[in-house]
Design a protein around this ligand. Structure first.
Ligand code: BGC
Length: 458
């Protein structure tokens, strides 16, 4: 495997997010987000971890960007914290907040990295949640304004935009299961929030296009390879329903196909929250779809939860390659998911806008050995090549993540970075996986053989 095998127009990147990396959440006039509120209650987070300064990207952005460049990457993807630039979500603008992202963008450009900005990576301003957040239809207008302000501010330096990150994750976990901030539960809040997110995503795309006609606009969607427990028709049908929720629910309306009611007619109840004209406002012609695949799901029929009548056979109850979060890591699924995306003629280009895994790292003096992560990325990349060989237009691979960071409800335990972070001192050490990328991307002759020699066995 060589870098050139992926094509000259293939982009190599790393992704981070504001809440998970920046820290300093009260600095320089930043307003609170729902994640500041949620993490202020230590019992909400695994091991009672306190967010503290996370990975302190707010003060260490320059160093991190220089490191990203040294690994041979082309792209640096980060998100804007809405409440850093508009503390209350609407109204007054915080100039220091705007300035911070100018500094980040300038550091990218100075180091020859292409900035990709995610406009929303889950950290909703608390002031907006106090008014109902994503389940209040007014949010479409609030979000439009925020997008307009951000794009106008940075358009002279940035042309790659990801309107939102993983809508199913933040709506599902935050507005249905109550597991993530803002801890809302129930089908009504979920359906309302989901519909408003779809409308905001499409409207966001249109606003960017209007302001910057040559912008490269995408959305980052989570997806899973879903497999039925066995070939029993009831389990196969259960898998189709789970697939509709995890992989099709946001993708299809954005592509102009409406919600996936074919396998889940019950989803028609979402029409209760439609207003006149919504059918025509749900789609946007994205330049690329960001694919984010982390784990496989094995599905079976079940009487609970009602509505879905399906559940997951938990990875710990079957033979699975478990990561630190007990999720089933299954690189082969990437190829299958790429084929699935490619079955939609509306999708012009796919970028793997996040890909990564949390396994334990082994720090031995100044070295961090992470052979399992390295192998994981190598396998994922082989599946990218396999897909490309079948003319599937995969044009980028962005690693999640650059530096170990705050993994939401799971706190600091799961580490995904190519760079190890000592959270007590914020000292960074490039892991073996990072060194491999460095060699792979910067030396044209890097081969998998060489890599094996440099990687210590764990
Ligand atoms: C999210 C990241 C998260 C990563 C690992 C993705 O779903 O976009 O914020 O840290 O997965 O769980």
């Amino acid at each position: 495997m060589k870098k050139s095998d992926f094509g000259n127009d293939f982009q190599w990147g790393a992704t981070i997010s504001a809440f998970q990396n920046e820290g300093h959440s009260r600095a320089d006039g930043k307003g609170l987000s729902i994640w500041d509120t949620f993490t202020a209650e230590p019992k909400n987070i695994k091991n009672n971890d306190l967010i503290g300064d996370a990975s302190s990207f707010y003060t260490m952005y320059e160093q991190d960007i220089v490191t990203a460049k040294s690994l041979g990457l082309d792209v640096f993807r980060f998100s804007i914290s809405w409440s850093r630039i508009i503390p209350k979500g609407t109204g007054a603008i915080n100039l220091d907040g705007l300035q911070f992202y100018h500094k980040v963008i300038d550091a990218c450009l100075k180091n020859g990295l292409i900035p990709y900005i995610t406009l929303y990576h889950w950290d909703l301003p608390q002031a907006l949640e106090d008014k109902g957040g994503w389940s209040n239809r007014e949010i479409i207008g609030w979000f439009n304004k925020y997008v307009e302000i951000s794009v106008n501010e940075y358009k002279d330096k940035v042309s790659n935009w990801i309107v939102m990150n993983e809508p199913m994750t933040f709506v599902g976990l935050g507005y249905f299961m109550g597991y993530h901030a803002p801890q809302k539960k129930g089908i009504t809040t979920f359906l309302k929030a989901a519909h408003h997110v779809v409308l905001s995503l499409a409207a966001g795309g249109r606003i960017i296009r209007k302001i910057q006609s040559n912008a490269n606009i995408g959305v980052a969607l989570s997806c899973s390879f879903v497999k039925p427990l066995n070939q029993l028709p009831k389990n196969r049908k259960a898998a189709k329903r789970i697939e509709a929720l995890l992989n099709r629910f946001f993708l299809e309306p954005l592509l102009g196909l409406g919600y996936p009611t074919d396998v889940m007619p019950v989803l028609n109840t979402i029409r209760r929250y439609f207003r006149k004209g919504d059918d025509d406002k749900m789609a946007f012609d994205f330049d690329f779809i960001g694919l984010q695949y982390y784990f496989r799901v094995v599905a079976q029929h079940s009487l609970t939860p009602p509505v879905l009548f399906a559940n997951e056979v938990h990875p710990t109850q079957r033979k699975a390659n478990l990561n630190t979060m007990n999720l089933d890591v299954y690189p082969k699924g990437l190829y299958k998911i790429l084929k699935f995306y490619h079955s939609y003629p509306q999708i012009k280009k796919i970028i793997i806008s996040e890909s990564g895994v949390c396994f334990p790292d082994f720090k031995v003096s100044k070295h961090v050995h992470d052979a399992r992560r390295l192998k994981y990325h190598q396998k994922m990349l082989k599946h990218v090549l396999k897909a490309q060989a079948q003319n599937i237009p995969v044009k980028g691979y962005f690693v999640w993540t650059l530096v170990d960071n705050f993994e939401w409800k799971e706190g600091f335990e799961p580490r995904f970075g190519l760079v190890y972070n000592d959270f007590k001192t914020q000292e960074r050490t490039i892991k073996d996986s990072g060194l491999w990328f460095q060699q792979f991307l910067t030396s044209s002759e890097a081969t998998t053989k060489k890599i094996k020699q440099t990687t210590q066995k764990q």
